[in-house]
Design a protein around this ligand. Structure first.
Ligand SMILES: *Cc1c(COP(=O)(O)O)cnc(C)c1O
Length: 245
């Protein structure tokens, strides 16, 4: 049997190993990004921390990671409080937002990637505090056209964009998608390239829209080669997710 002191030492060394792993994982992802991108193609890495504790976020923050992505509003609110001293964290909400959960997002998030209806945009605009800069938003496109997926059909992009452009507390920055999880390489590429075309189309109406949020742990190279400049990486940084916890 181990005594309490031994147990404490084991726990501490696990935490240390874990924090080393996190930063190693992040460095590995940064290398993958570096290898996939053009020399003058700036890429923002968002570390997607859903289901992982605040301590993991803090560890990476201390290594210089500032952009974090969260999916579930309640879980994120808790982390926001626990990490209130990490003033330079930039929070990206990348999960579906029910309209009745929009207030904390409007008050504390920096980016929302999942705008798929004008009602949500209006609420976020109305609830955004006056002392904060405009909330950066992306329109989510259902690029694989799967009925069970969030996001709008590409044909509806311009109409929603024009409506969002009327809202002073939102800044429409571009587009986001989640590509098919199990598609062949060629289909994946087609989806990402269509997104790139859609962004160009959007830029004719909204010239400041410069962001293409696409690419996850398994497809970041394909996304970057098709023009992504924001990638959302979860498991390759934090490890396997246990949703049952
Ligand atoms: C969870 C999630 C990610 C990260 O996925 P990984 O495959 O773990 O990298 C990215 N984007 C969205 C919208 C997610 O929900």
């Amino acid at each position: 049997m181990i005594n309490p002191l031994q147990a404490a030492i084991i726990k501490a060394s696990n935490i240390m190993n874990n924090s080393n792993n996190l930063e190693q994982n992040r460095q590995h992802v940064l290398k993958r990004i570096q290898q996939a991108k053009q020399p003058n193609q700036p890429i923002t890495l968002i570390a997607v921390s859903k289901t992982f504790p605040s301590e993991d976020i803090r560890t990476l923050y201390q290594h210089g990671q500032h952009h974090f992505g969260e999916n579930y509003i309640q879980e994120w609110q808790q982390k926001c409080q626990q990490l209130g001293d990490c003033k330079e964290i930039i929070w990206h909400i990348i999960g579906n937002i029910q309209s009745n959960k929009s207030r904390p997002v409007a008050e504390h998030a920096h980016w929302v990637h999942t705008i798929d209806r004008i009602k949500l945009a209006q609420r976020l605009n109305d609830q955004r505090p006056d002392n904060l800069p405009a909330l950066n938003v992306l329109i989510e496109i259902n690029i694989s056209n799967e009925p069970n997926k969030h996001g709008i059909h590409p044909n509806n992009m311009l109409e929603l964009a024009q409506q969002i452009a009327q809202l002073p507390k939102l800044k429409l920055k571009g587009l986001m998608c989640v590509a098919s999880a199990d598609a062949e390489q060629q289909i994946l590429q087609q989806q990402f390239q269509t997104m790139h075309q859609l962004l160009k189309q959007l830029q004719q109406t909204v010239p400041t829209a410069d962001t293409l949020s696409m690419g996850m742990s398994h497809d970041l190279e394909t996304a970057i080669q098709s023009g992504a400049n924001m990638v959302r990486i979860g498991s390759a940084v934090f490890g396997y997710r246990n949703y049952a916890k």
